[in-house]
Design a protein around this ligand. Structure first.
Ligand code: PLP
Length: 407
């Protein structure tokens, strides 16, 4: 099929919920994608922070193919060997001993919201149901996740959402303290807000979260779907803040493209959850677990469930992150339309003084994939396997495109 035929068929039959860039990809290799006409693109978005091992990864493909030939799915009515193994590895990395498996980020957040309410309900505190969430926060598109997502454009057409959610600005620690009451079940926070514009939480706000949760017993749900599992060089970015969340959401990177999500749960919350409280048909099936086990082995450089991460692809991210940051700081110094560079590791955003769309389109035309978020931010989430030479290549393209767009 030609590019035009693909787009025409979609225009007729696919529900038009996405505003796609006009390109049709058919193949990938490492950090490169190839379109239907064979043109190559350097991928600095990795399917929105997903394909962390890079495209066409032979080891992952072989693990998935082997599992597909052996056994794909049995349901959660029965045991299989892989859920426990993956849960143990996630426990070693996060410090949270238990996992509930699902298929996407938003499902992981739905599970955490339910587990938070269940925790208080089990103790007879049936009105401790409220949530505190953050402006610029994004946690998904299903009803619960949407209720703790701040963007009015995503929320308004779908109300009424779940009641009792208070939004506070990450620039206002005092507002957070005031918003948490004895009716608050949990605070929901991304350690680095992704969709909201690649905004790391200010230190003072992160400290206020740690303090208020400790003082009041309010649960903390750390949304690590975009910033977690090595993207910033830490197994989870909440560790950079010294948080001890009771609930952690995991998605995106964990399957490197195979749909996997997880809610990680502390022992005190797990103790209040009973059989039948939550479930999903596909969650934790063998194909997804095998892929995620393979990805974690690659990320940590080990087949054992080790508490300490020393090497592997996460070690590589720790080397590339500062190089990427330094190159982007250099871009900011050269271009007046770049007002700030934000993020950590391989999660970075260039905030512009203008709408970011022309830069995204210019980069696409020059063979580089990045995306626009929060209107004026160019977001970059390259595969974890990105090389220093590829970082230089991407930054050179951005350098040219920023100059062109600024005129
Ligand atoms: C921080 C965060 N939470 C939740 C989600 C929702 O994940 P999914 O799109 O897999 O449902 C996303 C997706 O971008 C995200 O970045």
């Amino acid at each position: 099929m030609t590019s035009e035929q693909v787009r025409a068929l979609e225009a007729q039959h696919v529900l038009q919920t996405y505003k796609r860039q006009p390109v049709v990809f058919t193949r990938g290799e490492g950090r490169r994608l190839f379109d239907v006409d064979g043109r190559s693109y350097l991928d600095f978005l990795s399917g929105i922070g997903v394909v962390v091992l890079g495209h066409g990864h032979r080891g992952l493909a072989e693990a998935v193919a082997d599992q597909a030939h052996t056994l794909i799915h049995t349901s959660n009515l029965y045991y299989h060997p892989l859920q426990g193994q993956l849960a143990a590895r996630l426990a070693a990395l996060s410090g949270l001993p238990r996992a509930f498996f699902c298929n996407s980020g938003t499902e992981a957040m739905e599970a955490c919201l339910k587990f938070a309410r269940r925790y208080w309900y089990s103790q007879g505190l049936t009105d401790r149901t409220r949530f505190v969430a953050l402006t610029h926060g994004f946690s998904g598109r299903t009803m619960g996740s949407l209720s703790v997502t701040s963007n009015p454009a995503y929320r308004e057409p779908f109300g009424p959402l779940i009641p009792g959610v208070t939004f506070v600005s990450p620039d206002d620690p005092a507002a957070l303290v005031a918003a948490v009451t004895d009716k608050t079940a949990a605070i929901v926070a991304e350690p680095i807000q992704g969709e909201g514009g690649v905004r790391p939480l200010p230190e003072a706000f992160a400290a206020a979260i740690a303090d208020v949760t400790q003082r009041t017993g309010t649960l903390l749900i750390a949304d690590e779907i975009q910033c977690g599992l090595g993207r910033t060089g830490h197994p989870f970015h909440f560790q950079a803040f010294g948080w001890t969340p009771d609930l952690v959401t995991v998605g995106k990177a964990i399957g490197s493209g195979i749909p996997v999500g997880a809610a990680l749960v502390s022992e005190r919350v797990a103790a209040q959850i009973s059989a039948g409280d939550h479930g999903t048909t596909y969650g934790g099936n063998l194909l997804a677990m095998r892929a995620a086990l393979y990805v974690l082995e690659e990320l940590t450089g080990s087949t054992a469930a080790e508490p300490y991460v020393s090497g592997g692809v996460m070690g590589h991210v720790r080397e590339m992150g500062p190089i990427f940051g330094a190159r982007l700081d250099n871009l900011r110094a050269r271009h007046a339309i770049v007002s700030s560079v934000r993020g950590a590791g391989l999660m970075r955003g260039l905030e512009l003084t203008i709408d970011a769309q022309p830069v995204v389109e210019g980069a696409l035309a020059a063979g580089l994939l990045v995306n626009r978020t929060a209107e004026r931010v160019v977001r970059m989430l390259p595969p974890f396997t990105v090389t220093a030479a590829e970082i230089d290549e991407a930054v050179e393209i951005l350098d040219r495109v920023l100059a062109e767009v600024a005129g």
